[in-house]
Design a protein around this ligand. Structure first.
Ligand code: UGA
Length: 427
């Protein structure tokens, strides 16, 4: 099939590269001149394991190309993969989605299917249909909702091994054509109406965010009663009705999806006259989790004022350079506000962090430089390299041997054996 992908962000690039790998002919339209230039020169504009290789394979095979101006006159399927950031009130901003819809409508091939992969509030696909119809001059087309469930850091793997595929459509024939794209994956394909598909995406992210806030509240109780939340998580996760994933207690969720999508669902609920109280609590627990950790550091060190802290990890999670709504960036700001001197290190996200964290933070070339003279090591993002560092050497470099493990990621016994005082979350 000939596929057009509108938007060269995480979702769009991965969808384009994977579709080309599956044998389709793909054109990815990207409106940022800088990003487009990078893509056309064979550079991958984001840090995402496996993606540069896949993009290269696609362009080398001649099945993947990049362009600026949207022209979908030869494409059977058009994927909308543009961003939907939130506005002040938490609602999703749909300007890019609608702009894409209008551009698509102008050059659409008859009987093409427009596939909305961006995360959009319930009812948006219908609005996309209206926008396209207004300019499509009577040409027949269908709009299908096909939400994307990939995670940053493992986006290519997730796109190639999804747990399920959701296709929301009005016409069964359109649903079938979109479902066919994933037939070879041998995973459940759920075909439903458009609004239900749109809601499934929000429900999935909201539920996962709820799991994270739930285990974080359990961690806070575990600390009070002298239990270990990591073992509580194992103990409940072995119940298959609960499941063991997304029960890692820590500093809460960040990233470009959970915070935005939880707010958007709260907003959709409010504007439909319903208050989603559970999500109000999920949000406030997530906010408090970082503040609680900052207080803990201050308590152990007596004061944050003047304390030197080595902060490990700046991206919102490992294996990505994405710092959008990163817990670490927020935490660093809180530490600096308390008067701490922050020495930060991240394997890939330093250039991004340097652009947003001004003053008060020293960016270090490696974790050892960050540890030098520190009163505490603060692990915020669980990059694998932080597990296997030479902690005996770090013990020699620090001023005071304190480890604040915000993700319960490090080997507590080993660190204690080296003479560090270890502080985790909920243990
Ligand atoms: C999330 C979802 O997992 C994807 O399924 C979805 O497609 C994506 O949002 C999206 O809507 O585009 P992502 O934001 O890449 O993916 O990252 P996650 O791995 O879900 O992590 C989100 C946040 O939760 C991170 O800050 C992570 O540190 C935190 N988290 C996750 C925890 O604190 N504890 C956990 O047990 C799991």
């Amino acid at each position: 099939m000939r596929i057009a992908v509108i938007g060269g962000g995480y979702v769009g690039l991965v969808a384009a590269a994977v579709s080309a790998d599956w044998g389709h002919h793909v054109t990815c339209f990207e409106k940022s001149p800088r990003r487009l230039r990078q893509l056309q020169q064979g550079e991958c504009p984001i840090y995402e394991p496996g993606l540069p290789q896949l993009l290269h394979r696609g362009t080398a095979s001649g099945r993947l190309a990049f362009a600026r101006d949207i022209d979908v006159s030869v494409h059977d399927l058009v994927f909308i993969c543009v961003g939907t950031p939130s506005n002040q009130g938490g609602a999703a901003k749909l300007g890019d989605v609608f702009e894409a819809a209008s551009s698509i409508g102008c050059t659409l091939k008859a009987n093409a299917i427009i596939v909305v992969k961006s995360t959009v509030p319930v009812g948006t696909c219908e609005l996309v249909e209206e926008r396209v119809r207004a300019v499509a001059e009577g040409k027949p087309f269908a709009v299908v909702s096909n939400p994307e469930f990939l995670r940053e850091g493992s986006a290519v793997y997730d796109a190639e091994h999804p747990d399920r595929v959701v296709v929301g459509a009005r016409e069964p024939a359109a649903a079938e054509r979109v479902a066919q794209l994933s037939q070879h994956l041998n995973v459940p394909i759920l075909i439903c109406d458009i609004r239900t598909a749109e809601l499934i995406k929000y429900a999935a992210n909201a539920f996962l965010a709820t799991k994270v806030s739930f285990i974080n509240e359990m961690a806070n109780i575990a600390e009070e009663v002298g239990a270990d939340v990591t073992t509580v998580a194992v103990g409940i996760g072995l119940d298959h009705r609960i499941g063991g994933e997304f029960l890692k207690a820590g500093l809460g969720y960040g990233g470009s999806c959970f915070p935005k999508d939880v707010q958007a669902l709260r907003h959709v609920s409010r504007s439909n006259g319903y208050r989603f109280r559970l999500l109000d609590a999920v949000t406030s627990v997530n906010r408090q989790q970082k503040a609680r950790f900052v207080r803990k550091i201050g308590r152990v060190l007596n004061t944050l004022d003047g304390a030197v802290l080595a902060v490990y990890g700046l991206s919102f999670k490992p294996n990505t350079d994405d710092i959008r709504k990163s817990v670490s960036i927020d935490l660093v700001r809180q530490l600096c506000r308390g008067g701490a001197v922050v020495r930060a290190y991240d394997p890939v996200a330093m250039p991004q962090a340097e652009r947003v964290l001004n003053g008060g933070v020293r960016f270090c070339a490696d974790p050892y430089e960050a540890a030098t003279g520190a009163d505490g090591l603060v692990l915020v993002t669980e990059w694998e390299e932080f597990r296997s560092m030479d902690y005996a050497r770090i013990r020699e470099l620090v001023r005071r041997p304190n480890v604040f493990d915000g993700r319960n990621f490090l080997n507590r016994e080993r660190l204690q054996g080296l003479g560090f005082a270890y502080y985790g979350v909920g243990r």
